[in-house]
Design a protein around this ligand. Structure first.
Ligand code: KIV
Length: 274
């Protein structure tokens, strides 16, 4: 089988395909997922990229931050997503302290995540500090996605989830970091909660796709946490979340109906019995 020069043979979306999409001005639709069932639905709906975000710490595990998420947690959920989805590119988040110690440790952990799960790429947060790690991973065949702007793993330094890059100095740092990540070999960069103008400037300056979350309409793609856009997480209301459904309400009313039917002896009826 000849894999050279074409991604047609691959069953899933590749880094090359994402780059081509940017070149053609075709927007990239991305969502998070943490399990096979959801991943399958996103795949059937035509999502291009699924991220097993360390947001699973908040959404699945109930933590206040993403800090406690472990490599084992990411591996467990990524394995499930890989089983559920065929076409989208599958990107696993590297959890806090799995890549900061040294490029070698980042390499070992990223390699383990890829080998054990079958994901196509990993994502890691930060600018200048992760440049060496991204170089090491890329050289060794592990596609790396950057993440700039609001980086939730640094919550204990910043003390809040406010937007980043509003001051000239912070905007310049994020811009410079984006150029550095591209040079190091990153195949795409998530830009989180930064002014739309900065998102535009970065997207125009680099040849790899930018994936925005609260970074304005000029990014090459957009990502949301799937539970936010489906209205499953209702107490998280940043400006950048658009609700495409209100599933929390629907689930609660279905459960109330079920519970009432059981208590009123209306479920099951004879047709639902053997
Ligand atoms: O962990 C996550 O879900 C993320 C996205 C919000 C980009 O990093």
């Amino acid at each position: 089988m000849n894999y050279v020069g074409s991604d047609a043979e691959f069953r899933h979306i590749t880094t090359m395909r994402l780059k081509k999409m940017k070149k053609r001005g075709e927007k990239i639709a991305c969502l998070t997922a943490y399990d096979a069932l959801t991943a399958g639905l996103l795949d059937e709906a035509g999502i291009d990229l699924i991220l097993i975000g360390d947001s699973l710490g908040n959404i699945v595990q109930g933590h206040e931050t993403t800090i406690p998420v472990t490599i084992e947690d990411i591996i467990y959920h990524t394995k499930a997503v890989v089983k559920g989805a065929k076409r989208p590119m599958i990107v696993a988040d590297m959890p806090f302290m799995s890549y900061q110690v040294s490029p070698e440790e980042a390499f070992r952990n990223a390699g383990r995540i890829m080998k054990e799960t079958g994901c196509n790429a990993i994502k890691l947060e930060g600018g200048k500090l992760v440049v060496d790690a991204i170089e090491r991973l890329t050289e060794a065949g592990i596609p790396a996605m950057g993440h700039l702007g609001l980086t939730p793993q640094s919550i204990n330094i910043f003390g809040s989830y406010r937007a980043r890059g509003r001051s000239e100095e912070e905007a310049k740092k994020i811009y410079d970091d984006a150029l550095m990540l591209e040079k190091a070999g990153a195949f795409a960069i998530v830009l989180e909660k930064i002014p739309a103008e900065l998102g535009k400037k970065i997207s125009e300056a680099i040849s790899i796709p930018t994936i925005g979350i609260g970074a304005g309409p000029h990014c090459d793609g957009q990502i949301l946490v799937y539970t936010d856009m489906l209205g499953l997480t209702v107490d998280f209301n940043p400006r950048f979340v658009r609700r495409y459904a209100h599933l929390a309400d629907q689930i609660k009313s279905a459960v109330i109906n079920f519970s009432d039917d059981v208590k009123n002896k209306e479920f099951p009826n004879l047709d639902e019995s053997y």
